[in-house]
Design a protein around this ligand. Structure first.
Ligand code: GCB
Ligand code: CA
Length: 840
């Protein structure tokens, strides 16, 4: 970075202002939920308002509570901004990286502008609204209420409100590279006709003259390599009439043998664009530049820089725990790094344009990007909806145009999924019309990239023609999750490829939800067990790898993410991440690392780190390893469990665990991995915890593992009769939803063959039937002949989906154990969990 030094010395020696001043103004804002009157006026007293720093959202907490709703409406932000006298006479702008979703900006009581859309940047010229005499009052009204004219209308993610990205103050000379062209950098870089031998750089843009006199300036672009060495230049004089803008379009001379940009070698050049008035440097902007060319073929996939490159990656939503969508840049960069570190080379920014820090990091680390605007599930047929959509598309493309990582612009996701009710007239003509309009605009704005949309399984089979409009078609597929089986993925892809031989295809989503607390040896779709989630990827990924016509794939999702309306096993979250919401990796991450990383990967799956069993045979437990080594030996408590040849990056064992901590070691050549697996052996018979009605165990808040339900066998425990039932609804009154979402119904009894003694019996209930009414399910419970609960009416007394726990004391005598009997006077008795614990 030697070039930086002389530059700094030069500026400080002159102690002159840099030609363009640009810094964040994130600190010292005040926030209040609105609507409030006359807030934009400087005189308004906001001393009682909450002090906040940006980025900020007002939904960081309520989006995660146990209701589907969160506050959607108006929030006001105010800040006093004293301007540095040094920028007097300059043009001043406020640049917002994003505010969700309609923002009205006021300066000293006057409206500076309005922006529609929650995920793209906007910039307003505030020069004529400010004073240097006293602090300026900036007031921003942000509204995230549902608006039928603004996408997204409805989607599986939370629409956090607020100014949730950085805000910048920009000061330029009166003649400058345009700041307010859709909040873009004002400079648009491409590399026409590039080959490995070399090519030229084309730099388009506009210069704005805010002054009252015509201006003649010189625009000069310096192409700098990653080390800061100048490799080429371009430029010309530009004449700009007063109060207007003039375009430039420059071509460098040929650059021989440039370092190409690719995921493996993400060499980023910079274009430093300078504006001179005579000898005086009056403006500078810098933009990234990557030399790369690419194409797609429906049979052979993607070619980058003349070489085939299959894309493997994930999707990313932007929220984090405690912060909602309001992440500082380092957390955005952390996320991108986590994607790259798994060996992925591709990231789909679903379902909206993301923070500039994300794009810059993707350029730097080498990830191919698909970025898209948030048209999800359905559209409005209004002209305003189409106009807003198109503007968002233009904003996204212009704002992020120079990032070499971006190869794909997306503009719709599963747009036919939700049929509006009633279906508006001509709906299935208006959707393709909008599609064609956005497609045409994307191609006109950026002929250098590929367009893409994502459709789900059912939509692709009846797509009203839209799937053939973009260059590339993305398929969002959930075989073995929402429908069919894990094995049906590949055959479905073959079919689509056969039916659309001219269409380059991607798998833009596939994934399964998991919960680290929920475990089983017999995973099933939608049980949220860690084990089924792993099986899903282990079974799906080879089917994607095997098919060269699939040009890229993206796991849904890199991280668990906020979706306020979701009711899985963790409320308000979509749990299909490869990482948990807090960015802890799930075991599946190491399957992908084994498949994609070159360096050694050897990892004992450990999410099921705490296990329990109450029968002798339960001590035999599965353990498995993800690795890219050919063969692995496993040792449990120092004893070899044998060597296994690795197949599909996986090796499995059945081992005997002992009560307490078990030390497990995997060895492959000179690599090893160690973990401790806790096993609670409950064959002693004085403690049982059962997740009634469930084929999966659950580890609760107190780290007690509730084992899966089973039929009674003498000498042990279990149910007699009945059937399992399950709800996916969130459970009120407990954080251990998986314990209450499954129940056993209509059984006669549960029998526990425990030694004589006094026991605490903890009975858990929750009504999970969607249409349950008071009085329809009324039952009593007795233990060893004594009624302990009389005429329990869960819905009548507590409402549906509410966890009820009753603790009672019971005595086992004469070797009879604990016999819990159920008698219903209406409907079927039901029980969700049982703990039997020796008290005395
Ligand atoms: C999809 C959607 C995505 C959802 C995902 C899911 O197909 O594109 O927005 O979050 O499925 O998890 O259901
Ligand atoms: Ca940012």
């Amino acid at each position: 970075m030697r070039w930086i030094l002389p530059l700094l010395l030069a500026t400080s020696a002159m102690s002159a202002e840099p030609p363009r001043v640009r810094h964040t103004i994130n600190e010292g804002w005040r926030y209040a939920p609105g609507p409030v009157e006359r807030v934009e006026e400087p005189a308004f007293d906001d001393s009682a308002w909450e002090g906040v720093h940006l980025p900020h959202t007002w939904n960081a907490i309520d989006a995660f509570d146990k209701t589907s709703s969160y506050r959607r409406g108006v929030g006001w932000y105010r800040k006093r901004l004293q301007l540095d006298p040094a920028v007097e006479g300059r043009r001043l702008f406020l640049h917002f990286e994003a505010a969700n979703q309609v923002a009205d900006v006021y300066v000293n009581g006057r409206h500076a502008g309005q922006h529609i859309g929650g995920y793209t940047a906007f910039a307003f010229d505030i020069t004529d609204l400010v004073t240097f005499e006293r602090p300026n009052l900036i007031a921003v009204r942000v509204d995230n209420a549902h608006d039928p004219d603004i996408p997204p209308l409805n989607a599986d993610f939370t629409f956090f409100g607020g100014i949730y990205r950085d805000v910048w103050l920009i000061a330029t000379a009166p003649v400058h590279i345009t700041v307010t062209d859709h909040a873009s950098p004002g400079v648009f870089i491409s590399t026409p006709g590039l080959t490995a031998a070399g090519g030229t750089v084309r730099i388009r843009g506009t210069v704005t003259n805010s002054g009252a006199r015509p201006a003649r300036v010189r625009v000069l672009h310096r192409i700098l390599d990653a080390a800061g060495a100048e490799v080429s230049t371009a430029g010309s004089n530009v004449t700009v009439r007063p109060r207007s803008s003039a375009a430039f379009d420059h071509l460098t001379r040929r650059i021989d043998g440039p370092q190409l940009w690719s995921p493996e070698n993400p060499h980023v050049y910079r274009v430093r664009t300078e504006v001179y008035d005579g000898a005086a440097l009056i403006d500078v902007v810098e933009n990234p530049l990557g030399f790369r060319w690419f194409s797609v073929d429906p049979a052979r996939g993607l070619t980058l820089n003349g070489r085939p490159l299959k894309l493997y990656g994930t999707n990313r939503h932007q929220d984090s725990p405690g912060l909602g969508n309001a992440l500082p840049d380092d957390l955005h960069r952390r996320d991108v790094r986590l994607v790259k570190e798994n060996g992925f080379n591709f990231l789909r920014l679903a379902h909206y344009p993301q923070d500039p820090a994300v794009l810059a990091e993707a350029d730097r680390l080498g990830l191919v990007i698909w970025e898209e605007i948030p048209i999800v599930n359905l559209i409005s047929t209004s002209e305003a909806f189409a106009d807003n959509s198109e503007r968002m598309l233009v904003e996204m493309i212009r704002q992020h145009y120079n990032h070499p990582s971006i190869l794909f612009w997306g503009y719709m996701n599963e747009v036919l999924l939700t049929k509006p009710r009633p279906v508006p007239e001509r709906y299935y003509e208006i959707v393709p019309e909008l599609t064609r309009r956005l497609e045409a605009r994307a191609r006109a704005e950026d002929p250098t990239r590929l367009t893409v949309m994502a459709l789900s399984r059912d939509e692709i089979l009846e797509d009203h023609g839209i799937g053939n409009i973009p260059h590339v078609l993305g398929l969002n597929l959930y075989f073995g999750w929402y429908y069919e089986t894990l094995a049906s993925l590949g055959p479905f892809l073959d079919r689509i490829h056969r039916e659309r031989p001219d269409r380059p295809l991607m798998v833009s989503e596939y994934g399964a939800g998991t919960d680290e607390r929920v475990h089983t040896t017999e995973g099933r779709a939608f049980d949220f067990t860690s084990e089924y989630g792993q099986q899903f990827h282990v079974a799906s990924f080879p089917q994607l790898e095997e098919r060269p016509f699939i040009l890229g794939t993206a796991v849904w999702n890199q991280f668990d993410f906020a979706s306020a309306g979701r009711q899985d096993t963790k409320h308000a979250l979509n749990q299909k991440g490869l990482f948990f919401h807090d960015r802890t990796p799930k075991d599946t991450v190491f399957y992908y690392q084994s498949a994609l990383l070159r360096g050694p990967v050897l990892y004992i799956a450990r999410e099921w780190g705490q296990r329990a069993g109450s029968r002798d045979e339960d001590r035999r437990q599965p353990l498995w390893v993800y690795t890219n080594q050919p063969e692995v030996e496993l040792f449990v408590n120092g004893v070899s469990a044998g060597s296994r040849l690795v197949e599909n990056r996986t090796a499995r064992w059945e081992v005997e665990l002992t009560n307490g901590p078990n030390s497990v070691r995997a060895q492959a050549g000179r690599y090893e991995d160690r973990v401790t697996i806790l096993y609670a052996d409950r064959t002693g018979g004085d403690f049982f915890a059962v997740n009634a009605g469930a084929h999966y165990g659950h580890t609760d808040q107190a780290h007690v593992h509730w084992e899966r339900d089973r039929e009674y066998v003498p000498g042990s425990w279990g149910h007699r009769g009945g059937k399992a039932s399950r709800t996916h609804h969130r459970i009120f009154g407990s954080g251990d939803d998986p314990l209450y979402q499954a129940s056993r119904e209509g059984m006669d009894a549960y029998q526990f063959d425990v030694p004589d003694g006094v026991y605490e019996v903890l009975l858990g209930f929750a009504e999970g039937k969607r249409d349950a009414q008071p009085g329809q399910r009324v039952f009593s419970v007795s233990i060893n002949g004594q009624t302990v609960i009389r005429d329990l009416d869960l819905t009548g007394a507590h409402g549906r989906y509410t966890a009820i726990r009753r603790s009672v004391t019971a005595e086992a005598h004469n070797g009879g154990g604990i016999r819990i009997e159920f008698t219903a006077s209406a409907g079927d008795a039901s029980i969700a969990s049982i703990m039997v614990r020796r008290a005395l």
